[in-house]
Ligand binder design. Structure first.
Ligand code: 8Y7
Length: 285
């Protein structure tokens, strides 16, 4: 059954934060265990099973990506991206209670994903590619707009800001305005500072410690720090050792008002969200 509540109904700003589980359908993502996805039936079944598992663990969103955006990753052709992403979207949409988010910057993939049953478009390039904004409007789906400095290949070489908070906020504000002007309803827009996307450790820490100041209008804030190099830089550890650091960061993001936490580790992140929520209800009451 298709489950596609508009964001308005989900009311992301006034309930426990939602968890977004990461589902990479790429052979070269920097994390999620290197499941070596190839677009064949066996891979698609594994992807589907992984989605079901994350939903049972408490994911509200499943974010499906067919193009790795890790620093230095190769780009994929349109056909390849469609072939990786769309069958998996169709299969999850047909059988699952979740909102399928599609992580793409490609207009054709956005439209095909909408037809296949996606409920959210997540673009790390903030719908700046030619035709992307038009595709988003046409899809009529909610969208997540992320800040990135530079391009994935080179973004971590020399990130520089005058004032990272101001610049990220101004960028998000401008993109929100462009989206609204193009015809996307304000209550369908989610914003994301883009941890690790053209940011040094210092920049990431500054963004996290002042996350609340990044909110544009009343839009929900999405954050993704799971397994990222900022954890490795703080704890001097490898990708597969970053769970606890990621949970600490998720907890701090919630304290700063994050509404959606994007993670590879749904179950433990959901525990953090539930504990945070119990405590915040108590403070209110
Ligand atoms: C983010 C993201 C990635 C993020 C949003 C990774 C696709 C790198 N990170 N989308 N995508 N926010 N909105 O570590 O932080 O998963 S890919």
């Amino acid at each position: 059954m298709l489950f596609k509540p508009p964001l308005g109904e989900l009311d992301l700003c006034h309930q426990p934060a939602a968890v977004m589980g990461v589902l990479n359908v790429t052979p070269d993502s920097f994390s999620d265990g290197g499941k070596y996805f190839t677009p064949d039936d066996a891979s698609r079944s594994r992807a589907y099973d992984r989605a079901q598992q994350m939903i049972s663990e408490g994911a509200t969103f499943i974010d499906i990506g067919g193009e790795s955006t890790r620093p230095g990753a190769a780009s994929v052709s349109l056909d390849e991206e469609l072939d990786r992403v769309i069958p998996v979207v169709e299969r999850i949409a047909a059988n699952s209670h979740c909102i399928i988010s599609v992580d793409t910057s490609t207009p054709e993939v956005m439209l095909a994903a909408a037809d296949a049953g996606a409920g959210l478009l997540n673009d790390v390039r903030a719908f700046q590619r030619e035709g992307a904004l038009e595709a988003a409007v046409k899809s009529a789906l909610p969208i997540a707009i992320m800040h990135m400095q530079g391009q994935p290949k080179t973004m971590q070489l020399q990130p520089e800001y005058r004032n990272v908070i101001d610049e990220v906020r101004e960028f998000l504000q401008q993109r929100v305005e462009a989206c609204i002007e193009s015809g996307i309803a304000a209550d369908k827009i989610i914003i994301d500072p883009g941890f690790g996307f053209g940011k040094s450790l210092e920049h990431n820490l500054e963004l996290l410690s002042r996350l609340a100041q990044l909110r544009v209008m009343d839009m929900p804030l999405l954050v993704g720090m799971s397994r990222k190099s900022m954890i490795g830089a703080l704890l001097n550890n490898e990708t597969d050792e970053r769970l606890y650091g990621g949970l600490a960061l998720a907890s701090l993001a919630l304290e700063q008002g994050a509404n959606i936490i994007r993670t590879h580790d749904v179950r433990p992140t959901k525990d953090v969200v539930d504990i945070f929520y119990a405590l915040s209800q108590r403070k209110k009451g």
